[in-house]
Design a binder for this molecule. Structure first.
Ligand code: 13P
Ligand code: SF4
Length: 316
């Protein structure tokens, strides 16, 4: 007999209790997964939550590097991801061998890796960062030290612009979803939504043109470059009634649910991460019921990667 969505929901909630499990979900997850989550957030908030949870089991509804990060932070807990194919095009933009070669070219540099990287890459890094704290992390490094920033070139360019750092080398990686949100998409929206706040994720290829509009005056008081959780906070606190949102569209469900009187418009309707959408309610049920799929990081890699993550958590 096939189970209905409502049955899956009921079973998930029961299993969660009986197994002392916590469900962590990224802001891009599908609505029915967000609805069973104990906590929804951006990469930084999810890492912080994993670090403090009292649960024995973490079901991570996000992509693989996020579940790996939780496993690195909580080596004594079981971490499950409901679908192993939930990858990330950005995390695939650099591997450990490529980073080692890059480090050899700049042996005296400090390596700052975005959280969207594999555990092996984090293990070769001095600092980890997320979109919420990248500026803070890079600013904490003495200005005379060379920085290798990876793997997102748009976030890297944004951090270099804000910190005015000249000795920062940026890896030419990108997220296929955010790279597709272009300057012309923002310009089109600017012409139509004159009274809206513009919320832009720093992985977008339109980030530098957004910064230009902010500096020039078109978006002086209404343009914001933010992590997904930063966008959620801004949506709550701003007096604006309309928001143009430049990131993966999964975030709109939570934005609208938490702010029923406000209107949220995606800059690009098809900015959809197929990896985030791999996780369904049925797969969350399978995960809890059959312990699939456990994410484990070898101890020698996890111990080194943890140093980079802990340095980040101490700063932010
Ligand atoms: P946030 O940390 O801002 O949620 O970003 C994660 C991510 O994968 C963006 O594509
Ligand atoms: Fe990775 Fe981009 Fe998907 Fe975020 S939206 S998980 S960066 S592929």
């Amino acid at each position: 007999m096939t189970m209905l969505a409502t049955d899956f929901k009921k079973q998930v909630l029961e299993l969660k209790k009986s197994r002392n499990a916590v469900i962590l979900a990224h802001n891009y997850q599908v609505p029915e997964v967000q609805d069973v989550a104990d906590f929804i957030g951006d990469s930084l908030a999810l890492s912080r939550n994993a670090a403090t949870t009292k649960a024995d089991l973490i079901v991570f509804c996000g992509v693989h590097f996020m579940a790996e990060t939780a496993s690195i932070i909580c080596p004594d807990k079981k971490v499950l991801i409901p679908d192993l194919d939930a990858g990330c095009s950005l995390a695939s933009a650099i591997n450990a061998k490529e980073l080692l070669a890059w480090k050899e070219e700049h042996p005296d540099a400090v390596v700052v890796s975005y959280v969207n990287t594999t555990a092996e890459v984090k293990a070769l890094s001095d600092y980890c960062c997320t979109s919420a704290n990248a500026v803070k992390v890079v600013s904490s490094i003495p200005t005379d030290r060379k920085v290798l920033f990876l793997p997102d070139m748009f976030l890297g360019a944004y951090v270099a612009e804000v910190t005015k750092r000249k000795n920062m080398y940026v890896w030419p990686g990108e997220c296929h979803v955010h790279a597709g949100i272009k300057a012309e998409d923002i310009n089109k929206m600017l012409a139509t939504f004159k009274n809206a706040d513009f919320l832009v994720h720093p992985e977008c290829s339109c980030t530098s043109s957004t910064m230009y509009h902010m500096a020039k005056g078109d978006l002086a008081k209404t343009g914001y470059v933010l992590s997904t959780e930063g966008m959620m906070r801004h949506a709550r606190s701003s007096e604006a009634k309309q928001f143009v949102v430049a990131t993966e569209t999964g975030i709109l469900y939570r934005m609208q649910k938490e702010n029923p009187g406000k209107e949220f418009v995606p800059v690009k309707e098809d900015a959809v991460c197929k990896y985030m959408k791999k996780i369904s309610l049925e797969k969350v049920y399978n995960s809890l019921a059959y312990n699939v799929y456990e994410v484990r990081v070898p101890k020698n890699v996890a111990d080194r990667a943890r140093l980079a993550i802990d340095r980040m958590l101490a700063i932010s």
